[in-house]
Design a binder for this molecule. Sequence first.
Ligand code: SAH
Length: 215
Amino acid sequence: MSGTNDYAVRRRRMVQEQIAARGIRDQRLLAAMSDIPRHLFMDQALWPRAYEDHPLPIGSGQTISQPYMVAVMTDALGLSGGERVLEIGTGSGYQTAILARLADWVYSIEYIAALSRRAQTVLEQLKIFNVNLMVGDGSKGWPEQAPFDAIIVTAGAPVVPQPLVGQLADGGRLVVPVGDRGVQTLFRITRRGEELVREDLGGCRFVDLVGEYGW
Ligand code: SAH
């Protein structure tokens, strides 16, 4: 059985070898990923594998994203501390915890109630309180709390969900995987007034975004 200290060592190694070595430079992000105990967001049976370089199952047919993918998506949001962030796909709550460290407030929507409940428990254990979790269809966004400075979708969408674009603040960034089932392209869409700037951030693989604007 590994102790807390062993996990801290594994986490630092994960950040060096999987994240920093691949070009992520944001020191706040690297610090957050060094600090937040990723293993606690999984079943105990998976703790020995929690810092490996790939996604892992979290139940209900869903996965916790690969650490590097969490880093790439978070980096693309360009958070500096004051943002209101919307996350679609709470899942384990790990990405939520990273966002909460880097922004002012995180709203996170999860379709599967059991996952949301478990994420809530872990976030409370870690005393992360600047988050609001909701169970429901996040493909429609969270209109009551809009606009958002940053929106992140952690499931693959067939097309960019238009309600999310509509809930971006001026200057706001939406990071979303779009494409076929099982293989997508990661896009960043930035709102500049009425103009939308779309950038291709590379290939990725996510579980399906379901709901009205999903599969
Ligand atoms: N960020 C999470 C990723 C979980 S996988 C983590 O690293 O743990 C993606 C999650 O999106 C799944 O939990 C799935 O249930 C959820 N999801 C899929 N479609 C959704 C929708 N329309 N609204 C909210 N959550 C959705």
